[in-house]
Write a protein that binds this ligand. Structure first.
Ligand code: PLP
Length: 400
């Protein structure tokens, strides 16, 4: 019998972390590799937020806190939900965790029983299915196809709901596609959920502030107030505030769910890093103008990459509404052979050959549950992106 738990055998390691690790190993071995795998802004944390972290250290704010966050941060989070989403929450409805990842994980651990189903649109952020599996649940995938702009339809959601459905996980703008649901599109989905009062909504709004071309972000409890009592609205400072390493995420929802999540956190990580919590207070309460400046850079890079990908025969690349990813389809390249002799039968073959032959690291679509595609993170310098796009073009032109 294995020493390892049976639950662990249901789970695979994060493929995005694996690609980044491999790209870094190749770089360390002296290979010229451009990494387009990492899901984090290349900008530094803004100075006023860094200063708040330093001040917290100097002021002795270096001890344990309440398991799910300091009062000042909970207040700042309530103000954020009011300001950005017109949602009213009180501090007892708020949980702060070690990144958005831990918040989602706590919520699934706190609620899933064996056999409970979790509806996840595919392609999905890589961690949703494995977190659901770790918590004993069963992921149920609904295809968000290229033909539907990587969004699911109300009919698809209706068809996926069973008496065992516990959660519907919603993520807009999406990792990996950048697709965002308009208010009307989201309302059509919440109308379905209104008919099934045993289904709860876990909305992952991590990319709320990273939107382009005037896209208007909205979140389920705002679009359909009748869902407020069964919605967990999740967010964090990692992406928009360039704070991935500080590890602060948060959620707001019904008090009994928040209390259950607090119980798990109190017996696992105690509290999110105290210093980071004070920096997050400054992030949420301080000036926000840098976000628009960063978004102007992201939009320029998005346009550069989309243009380059669509110039390649065999690749189709929709224009995303937000986040910092594009998710081109390589349907027109499947079945070809690379200059180095690799058969491109899957998107995994494509990504592997692209890395080995051209030194460009991307993440293959199967990792996100929709093939044949690959994900480019354009949160890197224009120079690196231009060089990488030229290499991808050369690689694809060399396919026979
Ligand atoms: N949700 C989505 C959609 C993400 O892309 C990520 C990070 O990549 C997270 C949650 C987790 O964010 P954090 O770094 O705050 O744990």
């Amino acid at each position: 019998m294995s020493f390892l738990s049976a639950t662990l055998s249901r789970v695979k390691p994060s493929p995005t972390v694996a690609v980044t690790t491999l790209a870094n190993e190749l770089k360390a071995a002296g290979k010229d590799v451009i990494g387009l795998g990492a899901g984090e802004p290349d900008f530094d944390t803004p100075e006023h937020i860094r200063d708040a972290g330093k001040r917290a250290i100097d002021d002795g704010k270096t001890r344990y806190t309440a398991p799910d966050g300091i009062a000042e941060l909970k207040q700042a989070i309530c103000a954020k939900f009011k300001r950005d989403n017109d949602l009213d929450y009180t501090p007892s409805q708020v949980s702060v965790g070690t990144g958005g990842k831990q918040i989602l994980y706590n919520a699934l651990m706190a609620t899933l029983n064996p056999g409970d189903e979790v509806i996840i649109p595919a392609p999905y952020w890589v961690s949703y299915p494995d977190m659901a599996l770790l918590a004993g649940g069963e992921p149920v995938f609904v295809e968000a196809s290229l033909e539907h702009d990587f969004k699911i339809t109300p009919d698809q959601l209706e068809a996926a709901i069973t008496p065992k459905t516990k959660w519907f996980i919603f993520n807009s703008p999406s990792n990996p596609t950048g697709a965002g649901y308009t208010r009307d599109e989201l309302k059509a989905l919440t109308d379905v959920l209104l008919r099934h009062d045993h289904v709860w909504v876990m909305t992952d709004d991590m990319y709320e502030h990273l939107t382009y071309d005037g896209f208007a972000f909205c979140t389920p409890a705002q679009v359909e107030p009748a869902l407020y009592d069964r919605t967990l609205t999740c967010n964090g400072v990692s992406k928009a505030y360039c704070m991935t390493g500080w590890r602060i995420g948060f959620a707001a929802g019904p008090e009994n769910l928040i209390a259950a999540m607090r119980k798990i956190q109190s017996q696992s990580t105690s509290n999110p890093c105290t210093i980071s919590q004070w920096a997050a207070v400054e992030a949420l309460n301080g000036p926000h103008d840098f976000i628009a400046d960063n978004n102007a850079v992201f939009k320029r890079r998005r346009d550069l990459v989309v243009r380059a990908m669509n110039a390649i025969d065999g690749i189709t690349c929709p224009i995303p509404d937000g986040a910092f990813y594009v998710y081109p389809s390589i349907a027109g390249l499947i079945g070809k052979t690379s200059q180095g002799g690799a058969s491109i039968d899957t998107d995994e073959d494509f990504a592997k050959a692209l890395l080995e032959e051209m030194g460009v690291a991307v993440v293959f679509g199967a990792a996100f549950g929709l093939s044949p595609n690959f994900r480019i993170s354009y949160a890197t310098s224009d120079d690196a992106l231009e060089k990488a796009c030229t290499r991808i073009q050369e690689f694809c032109e060399g396919l026979t």
